[in-house]
Design a protein around this ligand. Structure first.
Ligand code: DGL
Length: 269
């Protein structure tokens, strides 16, 4: 059965995969973590477009029936170019959940945690212009946070200190709603909750899973299988640490395979 393929710079997109797994248990899922190139946040649009196209070609060679860009940064840079380059492929992208946050805040003050590339993108500027007119938004590019999470530091004192520093100006200014604008950040949600239990935290992953179902339904591509689908994880980095982290963060017990970049093409060794 053809898989739904997802990618991210690293482990972040697993936070999206978990919701798709829950919503569409009969589907086969194929996940690629581009850990050769993590973090994507500070990289240029052109580079990310190149990576995203290479990954999509790899997915199509694996007969993927749809591609979920499980990364805010890659969606901001590459979603439109991907749709133009591969017109027959159903793509699902994501963006910081500014709209629901603006609707839900009671104080009228919203915080957005995202990577620098997402915050500086045209896509984000357009979101802000459309949905954040009536609220005040505090943004933070969380420089170094993706690296901490990739290193498995989802609950260490160092990460807690980092988050306390990041949240302090937001909390002092009355922010009551926090947008997780990077798919790595749901893994530090317990820590965020510990620091600021009253914050409403918004993760767009459940909405992305719903949108994936909708897109597949429209294209008549939903699996009719009654048994559970398979999940396959691949990294362009090192398999062992990735497997360990996937086990800890989402209870993944399967194998992790590696793939390598050669001249902007991904090959399975
Ligand atoms: N997880 C990614 C996102 O949602 C990017 C993390 C990175 O900077 O690599 O934006």
């Amino acid at each position: 059965m053809n898989p739904i393929a997802l990618f991210d710079s690293g482990i972040g997109g697993l936070s999206v995969l978990t919701h798709i797994r829950e919503r569409l248990p009969g589907e086969n899922l194929l996940y690629l973590a581009d850990q050769t190139h993590v973090p994507y946040g500070p990289r240029s649009h052109a580079e990310i477009i190149q990576f995203s196209e290479g990954i999509t070609r790899f997915f199509l060679a694996q007969e993927a029936k749809a591609v979920v860009v499980a990364c805010n940064r890659a969606s901001a840079a590459a979603l439109s170019p991907l749709r133009q380059r591969f017109p027959g492929v159903p793509f699902v992208g994501m963006e910081p959940a500014v709209k629901p946050a603006a609707q839900q805040t009671k104080s009228g003050k919203v915080g957005v945690l995202a990577t620098v590339g997402t915050l500086e993108s045209e896509r984000y500027a357009s979101l802000m212009a459309r949905f954040a007119g009536d609220v005040t938004v505090w943004e933070d590019p969380c420089v170094g946070l993706v690296e901490l999470i990739e290193a498995g530091q989802t609950d260490t004192p160092e990460t807690e200190q980092f988050l306390r520093r990041t949240l302090a100006p937001m909390l002092a200014n009355g922010v009551d709603t926090l947008v997780l604008g990077c798919t790595h950040y749901p893994f530090i949600r317990p820590l965020l909750h510990h620091i600021a239990p009253h914050l409403t935290i918004i993760d767009p992953a459940p909405a992305v899973a719903q949108q994936t179902q909708r897109v597949l339904q429209q294209a008549n591509l939903l699996s009719t299988a009654t048994n559970n689908g398979q999940t396959r994880l691949i990294t362009t980095g090192l398999a062992a640490p990735f497997a360990q982290l996937a086990q800890r963060l989402m209870g993944y017990e399967g194998e992790v395979s590696t793939a390598v970049w050669q001249d902007f093409v991904i090959r399975s060794p």
